[in-house]
Design a protein around this ligand. Structure first.
Ligand code: GRF
Length: 216
């Protein structure tokens, strides 16, 4: 069974969605460890409540960013982790971690990449005036939100949306597509060829959830 390591910096609602998907049997996997760079992260409480080991590892406590990511990789390897999940981990991960888990690190981003990478993606979408945004699960490479796209969900953007209202609409779909992407990985159904991720045994609309609902 797939062993997952989760990296999170804050609230951890995506982490919770993964825990819930495991509990219901939707996702056949286990979370072996939560690693956070933020001692105040609510994700720590979620780990505690669910009997998951939680580690606080802060970059300033290490001699360099590369050393930090090497130590993070060591902790994950030690626990037999087969997939690293970035669930609101607010840092660009570096080579020592990426090299230890090639195409085995997934991130969720609250926009339709390659639009609006980086911080405050929902705010960027509202101020740009796009009419569709959404969320993307992708494999992680050394760039900022640049790795191969696994699955996306699109939601409408209204002219009176705020960063908060759009974030809420997108978040519901984050909680849906992240466990789904992890499940596809656990089932061995993701094949990466260059930038393109092929989903084995794809059935209609599985690679994208488009306009899932017009409700806010
Ligand atoms: C989410 O919007 C995610 O897309 C982004 O950071 C946020 C984390 O939220 N990368 P949570 O901590 O999972 O609640």
């Amino acid at each position: 069974m797939l062993k997952i390591g989760v990296l999170a910096s804050g609230r951890g609602s995506n982490f919770q969605a993964i825990i819930n998907a495991i509990k219901t049997g939707y996702l056949k996997a286990s979370v072996e460890v939560l690693i956070t760079d933020n001692p105040a992260a609510y994700a720590i409480k979620r780990a505690e409540d669910n009997g998951i080991a939680g580690l606080v590892m802060r970059p300033p406590d290490y001699s360099s960013p590369d050393t930090y990511y090497k130590r993070v990789a060591d902790e994950l390897v030690k626990r037999g982790v087969g997939l690293v999940v970035l669930a609101g981990f607010m840092r660009v991960v570096r080579k020592p971690l990426i090299d230890a888990f090639p195409m085995k690190i997934m991130n969720i981003h609250p926009a339709l990449l390659p639009s609006f990478p980086g911080l405050h993606a929902q705010r960027q979408a509202v101020s740009y005036g796009v009419k569709l945004s959404g969320c993307t699960v992708h494999f992680v490479d050394e760039g900022m939100d640049t790795g191969p796209v696994i699955i996306q969900a699109a939601v409408p953007v209204y002219h009176d949306d705020t960063e908060e209202s759009l974030s809420g609409r997108i978040l519901k779909y984050e909680h849906r597509i992240f466990p789904y992407a992890i499940r596809l990985f656990a089932e061995g159904r993701l094949e990466v060829e260059g930038r393109v991720v092929r989903i084995q045994g794809l059935i209609k609309d599985e690679g994208a959830i488009v306009n899932p609902s017009l409700d806010s």
